[in-house]
Design a protein around this ligand. Structure first.
Ligand SMILES: NC(=O)c1ccc[n+]([C@@H]2O[C@H](COP(=O)([O-])OP(=O)(O)OC[C@H]3O[C@@H](n4cnc5c(N)ncnc54)[C@H](OP(=O)(O)O)[C@@H]3O)[C@@H](O)[C@H]2O)c1
Length: 392
C-alpha cells in the first residue's frame, strides 16, 4: 500500500498545519471479519482520508498482525493479547472510550458488539453499525442514548444504508420496503431445505459474508433481524415495514412516501459501497467502486412475496419485534446458539427455528429492561438453549 506522506502546509511563519489533522480517525471492531476486511479495502483506497486508531480480532491474530503491519493502528485487541505484535493492547471498551476516535465501525458478530457501542455513544463517538445484535437486543436503549449524546448511528447493512440514503423527512414516509435476496433456498422445497447440509446453507447466491449471517440468510432470520433494526433506526411501526423478495439484490431497499412516490436505492451487490457510505458519511468518494451501473446489463428485476410458511423465522421476528421487551433478546440468543449448533453439524437447519420457537414459548416477557437485565436474559436463554441442544 502506498502511504501518502503527511503534507505540511506552512500557513504563517510559526504555524505548521498538518493535513493529517483533517483525517477521519477510525477504529474497526472486528477488522478480521468479512465486513472488517472489506472496510480496510475501502480505507486502503481512501488512505489520505483516514487514520486508524485501533483494529480488533477475536481468534485470528495472524491476520490481525498483518493488518497492524500494514495500517499501523496504535491499539489492537485479540482474545490472546500476548500474540499481538506492533500495537498496544486495549479492550474493546477501552478502544471505544478513546475520544480520539471520530467514528467506530462496529463489525464484530453477535452480542459482543453491544457494550462497546454503548461506551462509544456515551463518549460522543459516531457509530458505523454493522452489528445487528446491538439494535435487536437493545434498540430501546441504544437509540435514545445516541440522541441524548448527539451521536450518529449510520447503518452499514445494505438495506438500512439504502433507506438512510432515500429518507429526507421521516414524517413524510408511509412505509419502508426492505428487500431480501431469498438466500440459497428461495425456490427449494421445504423438504430440500429440511435436509440441507451446512455447505448448502453457506452457499449464498449473492453475498459473501460471515458464517452466522449466511445461515441466518438461509432461514430468513437475517431479514427478521433487519426488520427489528429498521424499526429502531428509523422509528417506524412494524406494520409500516414490508419485506419483499428480490433475488437479484440490485434494489437494496426502498421507501414509499405518503403521496405514493417510491424511492429506491440501487447498486451492484457489493458491501464495499454501504461500508464506504457509512464511514465517509456525509461525503461521497469514488473509492473502491469497481464498475459503473448499467440498467441494460441488469435487464430484469424480479420481486415476490416471501414464503411465510417456509421461512417461519421472518414471522417470528416480526412478532417478537411487536411484543418488544425481552422477546427479541430471547429470539436472538436462541437463534445464535442454534446457528452455532447447526454449523457444528449437531442439528438440522429447521431445528434452529424450532428451538427459537420452543424458547419463546417458555419465556416470560419482561418489558423496560436495563442493559444488565438484557445481558442476564441473553445468558439465561443461551444456557437453556444449550441444555436442550445437548439432550437432542
Ligand atoms: N458480512 C456482511 O456482509 C454483513 C452485512 C450486514 C451486516 N453484517 C453484520 O456485521 C456483523 C459482522 O458480520 P461478518 O459477516 O463480518 O462476521 P464475521 O466474518 O464472522 O466477522 C466477525 C468479526 O468479529 C470478531 N469476533 C467474533 N467474536 C468475537 C469476540 N468474542 N471478541 C472479539 N471479536 C470477536 C471476529 O474475529 P476473528 O475472526 O478474529 O475471530 C471477526 O473479526 C454481524 O453482526 C453481521 O450480522 C454483516
Amino acid at each position: 500500500m502506498k502511504m501518502q506522506q503527511d503534507k505540511v502546509l506552512l500557513l504563517d511563519n510559526n504555524f505548521l498545519y498538518y493535513n493529517r489533522l483533517m483525517k477521519r480517525k477510525i477504529s474497526i471492531l472486528g477488522s478480521t471479519g468479512s465486513i472488517g476486511r472489506q472496510a480496510l479495502e475501502v480505507i486502503e483506497r481512501l488512505w489520505d482520508k483516514f487514520e486508524i486508531i485501533a483494529l480488533t480480532a477475536g481468534s485470528n491474530v495472524e491476520l490481525l498482525n498483518e493488518q497492524i503491519q500494514k495500517f499501523k493502528p496504535k491499539y489492537a485487541y485479540a482474545d490472546d493479547k500476548s500474540k499481538i505484535i506492533g500495537a498496544e493492547y486495549k479492550t474493546l471498551d477501552e478502544i471505544c472510550s478513546d475520544k480520539n476516535n471520530d467514528i467506530i465501525l462496529v463489525a464484530v458478530s453477535g452480542r459482543i458488539g453491544l457494550k462497546p457501542t454503548i461506551t462509544a455513544i456515551k463518549n460522543g463517538i459516531d457509530i458505523a453499525l454493522a452489528n445487528k445484535e446491538t439494535l435487536v437486543m437493545a434498540g430501546d436503549i441504544v437509540m435514545p442514548l445516541a440522541n441524548e449524546h448527539n451521536v450518529q448511528i449510520i447503518p452499514v447493512d445494505s438495506e438500512h444504508c439504502a433507506i438512510h440514503q432515500c429518507i429526507k423527512n421521516i414524517n413524510q414516509v408511509e412505509k419502508l420496503i426492505i428487500t431480501a435476496s431469498g438466500g440459497p433456498f428461495l425456490h427449494k422445497s421445504i423438504d430440500e431445505m429440511k435436509n440441507a447440509t451446512v455447505e448448502q446453507a453457506l452457499a449464498h447466491p449473492r453475498w459473501n459474508m460471515g458464517k452466522k449471517i449466511t445461515v441466518d440468510s438461509a432461514t430468513l432470520m437475517n431479514k427478521g433481524l433487519e426488520v427489528i433494526e429498521a424499526h429502531h433506526l428509523f422509528g417506524m411501526n412494524y406494520d409500516k415495514i414490508d419485506v419483499v423478495v428480490h433475488p437479484q439484490s440490485v434494489v437494496h431497499s426502498a421507501i414509499e412516501y405518503k403521496d405514493g412516490s417510491v424511492i429506491a436505492q440501487l447498486g451492484l451487490p457489493s458491501m464495499h459501497i454501504p461500508i464506504q457510505y457509512a464511514i465517509t458519511y456525509p461525503e461521497r468518494y469514488e473509492g473502491i467502486k469497481s464498475k459503473s451501473f448499467s440498467f441494460s446489463q441488469i435487464a430484469r428485476l424480479d420481486f415476490e412475496e416471501p414464503d411465510w410458511d417456509k421461512f417461519k423465522a421472518l414471522k417470528i421476528a416480526y412478532n417478537c419485534g411487536k411484543i418488544g421487551g425481552s422477546a427479541p433478546v430471547c429470539m436472538n440468543a436462541a437463534n445464535e446458539e442454534g446457528v452455532f449448533a447447526f454449523l457444528k453439524g449437531e442439528i438440522k437447519l429447521f431445528d434452529i427455528i424450532d428451538i427459537v420457537e420452543k424458547m419463546l414459548e417458555k419465556h416470560e416477557i419482561i418489558q423496560n429492561l436495563s442493559l444488565d437485565e438484557i445481558f442476564e436474559i441473553d445468558e439465561e436463554i443461551r444456557q437453556k438453549t444449550r441444555d436442550i441442544l445437548v439432550k437432542k
